[in-house]
Each structure stands twice: as C-alpha cells, then as structure tokens.
Ligand binder design. Structure first.
Ligand code: ZN
Length: 497
C-alpha cells in the first residue's frame, strides 16, 4: 500500500512516501507503517504557500453507508480536529466507510486562528475565485458531493452551552456548545427514502444527543438538538458547509462540543457523538483506546514521530523536549520531512524549525548543517547482550545496556555520554563502550522523561546517520490494544480528489 499525500492544488504534487521501518510502535502498523509528509519548500515558503488539508479513506470493504467527517474548519477548535484525527489514527472501520478531513483549515489551526482569511464556514455559497481559500472550498465541496457520501458531520467547538431557554449568560439559545446542529427538521421530501436513517434530520440528531447523554461526565454537559432553521432567513448559516451539503441532497449535521471544557473533554463528547452516528449508519468499528480523558490524551500523542535527513534521522516526539539542538541536517537542498500524524507539520522559523501538532508547538529544532555521506546505511550494535544490525533513522528499544561496535574510519558520537582517557581527555569515538542509562547526562535526552538518546555516526566531517536508543520501560498499554501487526489494518488514503 502506498499512502499518498498531496499539497494544495496550486502546487499539486503527489508524494509517494517511503516506508520507514519503525520498531516497537503499534501505531505504525495501525497506520500501515506508512508516513505522510509535506516537503518543506512547498509547505511553508517565502511565497506563503501553506499545506492544504489531507483526506483519509477508512473503507472496511464491507457494504454500508459512508460518512464524511470534517474537522478543523475553524482553526481555534481543537476538540473537533483532534477527534477527527483520532478516528484516522485509532479507529478501525469494520463495515461501511468513513472519510475524514481532520484539518480542513490547516494554516489557521497552526496559527491558532479561527480563520486567517475570514470564516471558512461562511464560504460555501458564492465565493470569489480570487479568495485565497477558493481551492480549499472547491476540494471539500467535491468530497461532499461524492456520490458515495451519505452523511456529512462537521465538528466544531462552540461557545458556552446551548439551551432552549435562557438559564444564564453561558447557557441560553444563542450559545452553541454541547449540541447537535441541524439546518431544518428534515431533508427535502423527494429524497426521504433514499437517505434512509438520516432524512429526518431532527430525529437522527435527537438519537445521537440521547446517546451522548447516557455517558455525561457531568450533568451540566447535557447535549441538545439545535435547529438553526437556516432556510428561513439565516443568511449567515446559509453560507455554511452543512447547508451546502443539504442543498445538494446530502444529510449533514454539526456537532458542537463546548469551548468551556478542556480539549480532552471536548474530544470525548465529539467521539461519543460520532459513534452515535456510526451506530445509526450501521457502521461498525473498533476503537483502540477506552473513552476516558486520560486515554484520549495519551492516544492524541501516542507514537508520534518525525523523520528527516533523507530518512537518516528519526525523532520520536511523544513528550519531546521543548527544544532539540544540533540536529544534523543536510547542507544542500530543501528540507524534506515526514510525520505520522495528520495534525503534525514542520514550519521554518528563523534559522530553525517548529514542529506543530495541531495548534500546539511540540518542539523547536535547531539545525547544524553537514554534508551527508550515504555510503553507510547501518551499524552493528550489541543490545542487552544480543548482536544487531541497526539501520539509521530508526529507534532501538534498550532494557539495560548497549554497545556500538567499531566502524573503521567512522566516529560514533553518543550524545550525552562521555568517556575520559587516562589523561583525562574526552574520547572522540564512543564505539566499543558498554553504555547504560545511568551513563547519560539526562538533559541530553530528546524526551522530557529522560529515556531517549541520540547516537550519531560521522565520517571525517560528513554525517552518516542517527539512531535512537529508547530506554522507556514498557508503558501501560491503552485499552483494546490489538494483538499484533495485521496487514488488513492498513488504511487507504487519497488526497486531492
Ligand atoms: Zn466552529
């Protein structure tokens, strides 16, 4: 399987993303072991080009309804776009199909802005072709109109708590949070039988709200159905995604979690609502974590990784330090990178790079530039008593100790480890030493936990590659963890439809 990721149509390029061999992360085989990537030059450059949205097709291969989920239409609503991303990374669809756009307004997500070019959810009626988001709108409209799509769900984080009556200033009919939104009570008559379970919009919304209300974290979080009666003169909502869908005979709902809640709690309610719609649509699924705030938080960052340097460098960035220094990047050419999460991207920032996960800054990389020497691909290690040939750009789990075998004419630099000669000078080449976790100065780890360290290999002044040694103890597995790699877990991804 090839996972292909494309950029905005103006710079349309198809990237066949090479397969990286990661060991020890089940997320990767969940993702089919394939990484998505954005070449730096066309992602954020001096000309202002920015990453377009990505789309993911989770097709069970079993006949059934198809739901399109859209997250991140407004960049400051992390509950929605993190929930949509978790559907991509941690759900397996067993019947029917789910298409996910987790990051519709990716540039605004990164900038923590509702909309860098105005409100994207008011651009679905008439739109000037000169609008900077015209192509984004054309692409998502095409996805909505795809004949396979039966139902469209647009995920939002809304203000306060919607209530049919005025209770207080945060809880009244003008608020949006904790509601399922419909534009009108039902779909146009002629389509009723074709749309099956979703033609009676208000009934379907009510069923989903009822389902959410069986699992409230707090009675004050109760979900309601909000009917905007868009067709009766709501000129603003008439420009929205859901109304565009409805006018084109696609049943559509907004799901609003409250901005008064933490991101993890918003994600919790979004996922409950999504699962309620899956259920109504007859879409069966597996979720690879339990619906608790703690598991949601962990799943959001689980196994996230960044690959750089022509796959000579892998950084595991779950719980990464705020800053990583002296990253040996190649002197020549644009920076290419790969990430394994739909909300991650790398943005040039002065003479460094900032790695984003949605609207969070995970880390800042300070590069040091080298010529690369590609003649060496692997190195020999002894890990916990076992000899291993290890490829650059991978991570090696270590329980107790490791040793890097000598590589003639090459220098091994174990970052954070130092050995003195009898004359009290630092040893330049750190191959041949047995190294344990206690031998490292903790501040050199790439993770805040002090468990993951870099080993770099150089020939003269040229960089050959890096591997990571990962001393993390076996972490508590998330619930419903699958039993092992399974090719059928692959997801099909297409972009730029
Ligand atoms: Zn919104």
């Amino acid at each position: 399987m090839i996972w292909v990721f494309g950029l905005s149509p103006g710079t349309l390029k198809w990237y066949k993303i090479s397969q990286l061999s990661f060991k020890g992360f089940w997320l990767l085989w969940l993702l089919g072991g394939i990484i998505l990537g954005l070449p730096m030059d066309s992602a954020f450059s001096a000309t202002g080009r920015i990453p377009g949205f990505s789309s993911y097709y989770l097709d069970s291969g079993v006949a059934g309804n198809t739901i399109l989920i859209v997250g991140g239409i407004q960049g400051d609503e992390p509950g929605g776009f993190n929930a949509a991303s978790l559907i991509v990374t941690h759900y397996k669809i067993l019947s029917g199909a789910v298409r996910v756009v987790p990051n519709l307004n990716f540039p605004s997500i990164i900038k923590r802005s509702r909309g860098l070019h105005g409100d994207l959810n008011r651009k679905f009626d008439a739109l000037n072709p000169g609008d900077p988001e015209f192509n984004t709108i054309q692409r998502i409209k095409k996805m909505i109109l795809a004949p396979q799509v039966d139902l469209v769900l647009n995920l939002h984080d809304g203000s306060g708590f919607y209530s049919k009556i005025h209770e207080d200033k945060n809880r009244h009919p003008g608020r949006w949070g904790q509601s399922i939104i419909v534009d009108q009570e039902q779909m146009p008559d002629q389509l009723a039988e074709k749309r099956g379970p979703f033609s009676q919009l208000i009934d379907a919304a009510g069923k989903s709200a009822d389902f959410v209300n069986t699992s409230l974290l707090n009675p004050g979080h109760k979900f309601h159905v909000k009917n905007t009666r868009t067709g009766q003169g709501d000129l603003e909502m008439a420009k929205s995604l859901t109304y565009f869908a409805l006018k084109n005979n696609k049943s559509a709902f907004g799901i609003e979690a409250s901005k008064s809640l933490s991101t993890a709690k918003r994600v919790y309610y979004h996922l409950l609502a999504l699962e309620a719609f899956f259920d109504q649509a007859g879409i069966r699924f597996n979720r690879r974590f339990s619906l608790t705030e703690a598991d949601i938080k962990r799943a959001m960052d689980q196994g996230i990784e960044l690959a750089l340097g022509t796959n000579r460098i892998l950084l595991t960035v779950e719980n990464v330090r705020k800053r990583l220094r002296f990253i040996p990047l190649e002197k020549e050419g644009p920076l290419a990178f790969q990430v394994n999460h739909p909300l991650m991207t790398l943005v040039q920032n002065g003479d460094g790079y900032t790695l984003f996960h949605g609207n969070r800054r995970l880390t800042r990389l300070s590069p040091q530039y080298f010529d690369y020497d590609f003649s060496l691909r692997t190195m020999e290690m002894v890990v916990d008593g076992e000899s291993r040939n290890v490829s650059f750009g991978t991570s090696v789990p270590v329980k107790h100790r490791f040793l890097v075998k000598n590589i003639p004419d090459h220098r091994v630099n174990i970052i954070g480890f130092s050995k003195k000669t009898k004359g009290n000078e630092s040893v330049k080449n750190e191959s041949g030493f047995v190294v344990r976790k206690v031998n490292f100065a903790q501040r050199f780890s790439i993770d805040k936990g002090g468990h993951i360290f870099r080993i770099e290999v150089y020939r003269a002044n040229k960089f050959n590659g890096m591997i990571l040694v990962d001393f993390r103890p076996d972490r508590k597995a998330l619930s419903n963890r699958p039993n092992g790699p399974n090719q059928s877990d692959e997801i099909n991804l297409a972009s730029n439809l």
